[in-house]
Design a protein around this ligand. Structure first.
Ligand code: SF4
Ligand code: SF4
Ligand code: SF4
Length: 270
């Protein structure tokens, strides 16, 4: 139990307030015993990643706040020979700036890239969960407090069950058991535009189906001839397009391990 972070990706508008707030809180500010000053440049204890899928004009973007996961089985702590990591009663994992000798073993071991080297101080550093604020009566870390859309959350694990049940964590296969939970990370999409090459017009209402693993999803083209399959599990899909008065088109094994814009798809007249 203890504190966890939550990230609702569907609420994030990419404003970067969280990343900037972390920098503002920690850059050149000394919050010992939890953190020595963060350098002005090079460190992103919270990093907003911009994820762009597809190709113009069919592009979707989502943003994801990524920070130290304060893991229950932290790979970083397990390799530190100096015992520089410790767990607070509230669950936050602290890298003690006084004990760290800057060998970098923890940074190499962390599968999330959450630890940074401070060239000036010759130590490794990471998110503290803003433990210095919590100790002083603040309910939230700076990044969470700065989020205007409440995409970020922080609180007791047992009070956030509605969020965590069914939520995802980053890289679950590492066995680190992260304590940062994500919801509403978009799946892959397959999109395209269906048109009549003779009339040079889009085809409205064409039936499009995509099949993967025995499951078929169906959509129809809209007033612009466009179709979108969204939130797909990554995989290969057989796509079939049908419209009255036209030959059907098949596209086998469309690779949706990343987002796919199939572009303009001409249907031949029957
Ligand atoms: S995210 Fe990395 S640095 Fe943070 S607790 Fe987990 S293994 Fe350690
Ligand atoms: S909890 Fe504090 S240290 Fe951690 S990412 Fe947020 S602002 Fe930065
Ligand atoms: S502050 Fe909130 S809305 Fe803005 S980028 Fe960070 S998570 Fe997204």
């Amino acid at each position: 139990m203890g504190k966890i972070f939550t990230v609702d990706v569907s609420k994030c508008n990419g404003c970067y307030n969280c990343q900037l707030a972390c920098k503002d809180e920690h850059a050149e500010n000394d919050w010992r015993p939890y953190a020595a000053p963060q350098p002005e440049t090079g460190h992103f204890w919270l990093k907003l990643t911009e994820n762009v899928g597809g190709t113009a004009p069919k592009v979707k973007i989502h943003y994801k706040a990524e920070l130290c996961c304060h893991c229950d089985s932290p790979a970083c702590a397990s390799v530190c020979k100096l015992g520089a990591f410790y767990r607070r009663d509230d669950g936050l994992l602290i890298l003690d700036p006084e004990k760290c000798a800057g060998c970098g073993a923890c940074a190499k071991a962390c599968p999330y890239g959450a630890i940074y080297y401070n060239e000036k101080l010759k130590i490794c550093q990471k998110c503290t969960g803003c433990a210095h604020l919590l100790d002083n009566g603040f309910a939230l870390p700076r990044c969470v407090e700065a989020c205007p859309t409440e995409a970020l959350g922080f609180g007791e694990e047992n009070e956030l069950r509605d969020f965590t049940v069914g939520a995802e964590v980053r890289l679950p296969e590492t066995g680190c058991r992260p304590r940062v939970y994500y919801r509403n990370i978009p799946g892959r999409f397959i999109a395209g535009t269906v048109y009549d090459p003779v009339e040079k017009e889009v085809i409205i209402g064409a039936a499009v189906r995509a099949t993967n693993g025995g499951k078929t999803r169906r959509v129809t083209t809209d007033e612009y001839g466009d179709f979108w399959f969204t939130d797909l599990p990554a995989g290969k899909y057989d796509v079939v397009i049908e419209a009255s008065g036209f030959e059907f088109m098949t596209l086998d094994a469309v690779d949706a391990t990343s987002d796919v814009n199939l572009g303009d798809l001409p249907l031949e007249r029957a």
